[in-house]
Ligand binder design. Sequence first.
Ligand SMILES: [Zn+2]
Length: 308
Amino acid sequence: MTTRLYSHPIFLEHLTPPGHPERPDRLRAIARALDDEAFAHLDRVEAPEGDEATILYVHPESYVEHIRRAIPEEGIVSIDADTSVSPKSWQAALTGVGAANAAVDDVFSGKADNVFVASRPPGHHAEKTTAMGFCLFNNVAIAARHAQKKHGAGRVAIVDWDVHHGNGTQDIFWDDPSVLYCSTHQMPLYPGTGAENETGAGNIVNAPLAPQSGSEAFREAFRSRVLPAVDGFAPDLIIISAGFDAHHRDPLAEINLTEEDFDWATGQLMDRAARHCGNRLVSVLEGGYDLQGLSFSVAAHVARMMKG
Ligand SMILES: [Zn+2]
């Protein structure tokens, strides 16, 4: 497998208030974990700046301007209870969009079989017109639309294993049967959405997990809900909303997964990508707030992507 990694120093310059879990050290920990002989063949590429026009695939112009106007010249400004922006946040967010779109280009052009995007801020809580949950622009939703508009993908599957429900992605594709959205997440937990009976146009598959559940419940949800939905959908591209906050060390939730679970889930989705879409798989970082849990999990995830 040719596996590409996108990152960029600008992602470290999106600043959050002291003590905030979504912090630049997350990416530094990931970089350290991937700076190992085991990843010598990882194709490391600096993320390109994004094309603002692609943000409009999923967010209205008024929202984009709202975010742009919120960016301060100095300091950190809150735009909701737990989401904030700093002077370089616009460039970081736009580069995150650019990286996810470039990853889609790469798997369609054959430059890579699969791609991991190590970016921040994350995206899956960003709804069409609402920034929330540390997220500004919905990176995976924009990338899915980019695959459809630029590469003619008919069906895109987004699988979200972040421990929080991706309310933003669900909101954006609620009535769009060309995009399948499958999510495993703890419930009850922020943001409160993600019940099984939220099914959209039949294209939304929510598999909530009870607090204190772990590997067995997660894998069962994958086997019984997520994987059959992906197989039934036969996507042209699989995108992972790759949050690693369901790790047992994570401070924001009570699901007890290990690195081996992320390795396993990655392998399952790679099997489906091989079966349905010529291996095309793009994984975009979402949450994960314990530096060891996050970095070890990303290492397991990327190692599996490289191995096939
Ligand atoms: Zn999360």
